[in-house]
Design a protein around this ligand. Structure first.
Ligand code: UDX
Length: 442
């Protein structure tokens, strides 16, 4: 098939690369000409495992094109995905300006019947709105083509986006047009050998599914963080509790890991947007507000432990920090717990020596430009030298089994604050470390 994708952000790029890999011809369109030039040369703006190879390979085989001209894509395709950003607006709702701009442009350029697919995470009712915008632009030009707007939410995890796209748990397609559903099924059939993975429904339910899905996952995390906070106060260990409850098949093990709170581009934004959507429709979401407020507080949990151990005045103290990205396998710093932790510690007078395998450039550029109180190192051991404590914030694989003998010799005080419960308390204590986790030992 021939496909246009508007927006070469994380979702658009992964979608385009994966469709082209299956032999489709894909035109990826973006307004940023610098980015488009880089992409034409196979240079991608984000770190995502497997993506750069996939993009380069399909550019070479002539399946994948990049352009700033939407008309080039539209003239050559009968399916157009909208995969532009929906950042958080000031009132917590999703900012729809890029989606609506894409719809306007499609309406101004459309020259034949078209299936428009909303891949961006958009509030319920957006597909109808996009259809209206396209129709009114067509009316201005006195042309009329059949336009169906489908909701096809993405469920990709950063760091595993290519494999999630290639082997999806499910493909949700929201449309009430049988022919459109058939075309979408054909498009996705190489990824879903098992056809039960197609879930078709009306457009609004598909739009809602995306929010409900992320809200559910965020709820599990905040729930576990709350359990961790209670465990700390009653002398229980949340690691055991997690195993104890996860073994119930109705609950399951995934997304039960307590930590420094969830971050990233999706959960914080989508939970807020759903709260706002509910409010706009006359409903106050007690649960989601709780999920959000637990998460905001959780980002401070390590700071609270540090204050308890060192006092409120951290002048003269230096901390090593492992992991800046909001989670492993990404260079994404959006809503990362590390930002809250670092800023709080610096405010209390501390200095930070930090290391992350991929996110240091983003951290320097967007969060800590010219901040003399934080320094960046190219090696996880160099940051540990002479510090008052080591803080683990992001559980990259290279932090899982570090050389504690080496750390013991290099570190100033043998203290570790573990924000992701990665290490064994008994082993570390035997080695002479003071060791703090989330959800136990106070
Ligand atoms: C999420 C959804 O998983 C994905 O389906 C959706 O399309 C986009 O949002 P992503 O933001 O890439 O994906 O990250 P995810 O792996 O879900 O983790 C989100 C956050 O939750 C991270 O900060 C992570 O550290 C945290 N988390 C996750 C926990 O604190 N505990 C857990 O048990 C799982």
């Amino acid at each position: 098939m021939k496909i246009t994708i508007v927006g070469t952000g994380y979702v658009g790029l992964v979608t385009g690369a994966c469709f082209s890999e299956m032999g489709n011809t894909v035109y990826c369109i973006d307004i940023d000409d610098g980015k488009v030039e880089d992409l034409k040369n196979g240079k991608i703006p984000i770190f995502e495992p497997g993506l750069e190879e996939l993009v380069s390979k399909n550019i070479e085989s002539g399946n994948l094109f990049f352009s700033t001209e939407l008309s080039i894509g539209l003239n050559n395709s009968n399916i157009c995905f909208i995969a532009v950003g929906t950042p958080m607006g000031e009132d917590g709702s999703a900012d729809m300006q890029y989606v609506l701009e894409a719809a306007r442009e499609i309406g101004q350029l459309i020259s034949h019947d078209l299936i428009v697919v909303n891949k961006s995470t958009v509030p319920v009712g957006t597909a109808d709105m996009v259809k209206e915008v396209i129709k009114s632009e067509m009316a201005v030009r006195s042309v009329e083509f059949k336009v169906e707007v489908v909701s096809n939410p993405e469920f990709l995890k950063e760091g595993a986006a290519v494999s999630d796209f290639m082997r999806p748990d499910r493909v949700v397609i929201g449309s009430d047009d049988e022919d459109v559903i058939e075309t979408m099924k054909e498009l996705y059939s190489p990824f879903t050998i098992n056809h039960e993975r197609f879930i078709t429904m009306d457009v609004r339910s598909a739009e809602m599914t995306k929010y409900a899905s992320n809200a559910m996952l965020a709820t599990r995390i905040s729930f576990m963080n709350e359990m961790a906070n209670i465990c700390e106060r009653v002398g229980a260990d949340v690691n055991f509790v997690r195993e104890g409850i996860g073994s119930d098949r109705r609950i399951g093990y995934s997304f039960l890991y307590p930590g420094c709170g969830y971050g990233g581009s999706c959960f914080p934004k989508d939970v807020k947007a759903l709260i706002k959507t509910a409010q706009d429709n006359g409903y106050e979401s007690t649960i989601l507000k709780g999920v959000e407020s637990v998460n905001e507080k959780q980002k401070f949990s390590i700071v609270t432990k540090i204050i308890k151990r060192f006092g409120e005045d951290l002048q003269g103290k230096t901390f090593a920090l492992w992991g800046l990205a909001f989670k492993p396998e990404t260079d994404d710093m959006r809503e990362a717990a590390s930002v809250v932790i670092i800023k709080s510690l610096i405010e209390l007078g501390a200095k930070i020596k930090s290391y992350d395998p991929k996110a240091m450039d983003a951290a320097k550029e967007y969060y800590f430009a010219d901040n003399p109180n934080i320094s960046f190192y190219n090696n996880k051991y160099d940051v540990v030298e002479d510090v008052d404590a080591l803080i683990l914030v992001t559980e990259w694989k290279e932090f899982r089994s570090p050389d504690f003998d080496k750390i013991k010799e290099m570190i100033g005080k043998r203290i570790i604050f573990d924000g992701r419960n990665q290490y064994n308390k008994n082993i570390l204590e035997k080695m002479g470390f003071e060791y703090y986790q989330i959800g136990n030992y106070g």
